[in-house]
Write a protein that binds this ligand. Structure first.
Ligand SMILES: Nc1ncnc2c1ncn2[C@@H]1O[C@H](COP(=O)(O)OP(=O)(O)OP(=O)(O)O)[C@@H](O)[C@H]1O
Ligand SMILES: [Mg+2]
Length: 446
């Protein structure tokens, strides 16, 4: 993409409504525009990152054997009356009437919808286990939408649902989700810590939230500092191996880590004092096992091996896809702007032409641009007639991890400059080598 043709409405002033850095930077970098309270349009740059994050979620769900599908955003109230949640859900649910006066709602979550699909089509234990998920817009009429995409009213969420014959199998599905979530967040350059949580309106006993530590997080968290040393890394895991998945859960929940909702002072006191940490965190996902809560109320049963009909064991699992943009920026920025981790960056690198209109500089930039694209990379070429300072400012603000700077002086010596956004370090090297270096960086990430 050439910047001269791109829609990047960068803001010069600091937006006054933004209370936290991620909200401010997303507005300044022209990623989102508020449409109404807690509801945003995703401009091209923001949309690109949203799609990158979504893609990683899809890839990791596929790896775990979960099937993608899509359910509607508008649901019928009748289904929710069956589960008893229509009245229980409260004011966060956006209730709508159609022209025939039928009661509808905008989906805040989809346990009822998926259970209805399941009961219509599955009747034997032989069709289990089954896990399906969607990435779809949700609406919750939050009392206080704030912090941009972090607490929106409309937001993009991955929600997955497992159906199993036994509690043991459903707990395996729970563990499998925990493993896949650890992988998912690490690929986005995030450390998200699983913490014991409360189940809220979803119901059930077993639940963990994944929290990214950040001063601006809405949850207060308490943990043993040893938990932050744990990395999933590039271990290979067989998602059908119950013991292997259970071992990962045991490892990542072996240290004290809880949110204010489940915090237990007596247990926390048993953590050695020098390892006790109190901080704030952003919830980027949550997994639940809730047994037969929905299958019993909605009649989702299967015939077991003994011919008897039994309600299935279920769980649901969410990732805050749109909130993740805010969480990643909170975790990765400096005073000049965003610093995208390579896994989610909207463009792989920027190309800055210091002397637009200079034949040699223009040709060198174009060669870099074509060379990167030929390797399947997606560069953003700043070909505007702007001062160097303005070009650098834009690149730093939008946070591409790598920048290649091209100017007549370097070209005389056959070199361009390759700069890391994260470290600020620059190196002069021939253009072909700059391309090879960037290609090598991205070939290392999945
Ligand atoms: N209003 C929102 N705006 C953006 N993302 C959200 C919002 N509510 C929930 N999410 C994201 O969706 C994920 C799954 O939804 P879940 O039902 O667990 O949310 P929740 O526990 O009600 O969230 P919260 O406690 O933050 O209100 C959450 O972990 C979070 O990342
Ligand atoms: Mg939650």
């Amino acid at each position: 993409m050439r910047l001269s043709r791109y829609f990047l409405p960068v803001l010069k002033e600091t937006p006054r409504e933004a209370q936290i850095v991620s909200h401010r930077l997303m507005l300044q970098a022209g990623m989102i525009k508020q449409a109404s309270a807690g509801i945003y349009s995703w401009l091209p740059l923001g949309y690109k990152v949203l799609k990158r994050i979504e893609q990683i979620v899809h890839e990791e769900q596929a790896r775990a054997g979960h099937m993608a599908m899509l359910m509607p955003t508008i649901q019928s109230a009748d289904l929710w009356r069956e589960s008893g949640r229509y009245d229980a859900y409260g004011e966060e649910m956006l209730r709508i009437k159609d022209r025939h006066d039928r009661e509808m709602l905008f989906t805040p979550t989809a346990e009822e919808l998926i259970t209805d699909i399941f009961r219509a089509h599955v009747s034997s234990y032989k069709d289990l286990p089954l896990t399906m998920y969607q990435i779809q817009w949700k609406f919750r009429d939050e009392v206080r939408p704030r912090f941009g995409v972090m607490r929106g009213r409309e937001f993009y969420m991955k929600d997955g649902y497992n159906f199993d014959l036994t509690k043991e199998d459903a707990l395996h599905a729970y563990n499998r989700h925990l493993v896949s979530y650890l992988r998912t967040y690490e690929r986005m350059g995030l450390q998200a810590i699983p913490m014991r949580a409360d189940s809220g309106p979803i119901g059930g006993d077993d639940t963990h939230e994944f929290l990214v530590l950040a001063d601006t997080g809405e949850s207060e968290v308490f943990y043993d500092s040893e938990i932050t040393d744990l990395k999933f890394g590039d271990r290979q895991i067989d998602y059908d191996d119950h013991a292997a998945c259970a071992a990962v859960l045991a490892e990542f929940t072996s240290r004290y880590a809880r949110t204010d909702e489940t915090h237990d002072e007596a247990l926390f006191a048993q953590v050695p004092a020098e390892r006790q940490r109190t901080a704030r965190g952003i919830e980027v996902g949550q997994i639940f096992y809730f047994g037969t809560k929905y299958s019993e109320s909605m009649g989702a049963t299967v015939q077991g091996p003994d011919g008897k009909s039994v309600p299935v064991h279920m769980g649901s699992h969410g990732i805050g896809v749109s909130r993740l943009l805010g969480a990643i920026i909170e975790a990765s920025h400096d005073d000049k702007g965003i610093i995208w981790p390579e896994g989610v960056t909207p463009f792989h690198c920027g190309i800055v032409n210091l002397k637009q209109g200079d034949d040699e500089a223009d040709a060198a930039c174009l060669a870099l641009y074509n060379g990167l694209q030929a390797l399947g990379l997606d560069p953003l070429y700043d070909d505007r007639n702007e001062r160097a300072g303005a070009k650098f400012g834009t690149m730093d603000l939008i946070g591409l991890p790598w920048r290649i700077t091209v100017g007549p002086r370097g070209l005389k010596n056959g070199v361009v400059e390759l700069t890391s956004r994260r470290t600020g370090e620059s190196e002069e090297l021939p253009p072909e080598e700059a391309i090879a270096r960037i290609a090598a960086v991205y070939s290392q990430i999945a």
